[in-house]
Design a protein around this ligand. Structure first.
Ligand SMILES: [Zn+2]
Length: 127
């Protein structure tokens, strides 16, 4: 299947404003990220980098989810460390690779933001 995501730059700029994301966001598409992963977020050299799997079933939701991580990460000097320690605090001894991800408060928050905002299309698909 051909690469098919089309980004609505203006809508994404509004989404950034709405989520109070101050730093630049670079969005890349990839045919493969890692097993079961439809998107991820990194912060590097003063800018956010979002990787989006293309094709995928819920790209608009995924992009909102990753933008939520951009907003979250701007609240901390080291988001990666905070992400891990918040999981340990929230889950105690129940932290595993899996629960530390799916039950991580930052993930639950990003899912909530994605759920609330996904009716707003910030990209379109041409599948
Ligand atoms: Zn996430």
């Amino acid at each position: 299947m051909a690469m098919a995501l089309k980004f609505d730059i203006e809508a994404i700029a509004l989404a950034k404003e709405q989520l109070d994301i101050r730093r630049p966001v670079k969005i890349l598409t990839a045919r493969h990220i890692s097993r079961g992963v439809v998107g991820n977020h990194q912060y590097k050299d003063g800018k956010h980098i979002i990787n989006l799997l293309d094709p995928q079933v819920t790209p608009n939701y995924t992009l909102w989810h990753e933008l939520a991580h951009c907003a979250q990460s701007e609240q901390y000097d080291s988001f990666d460390e905070t992400y891990q320690s918040v999981a340990r605090l929230a889950l105690g001894g129940l932290v595993t690779r899996h629960t530390g991800y799916i039950l991580n408060p930052f993930e639950l928050d990003a899912n909530k933001i994605a759920q609330e905002n996904s009716p707003t299309k910030i990209l379109v698909t041409r599948y």
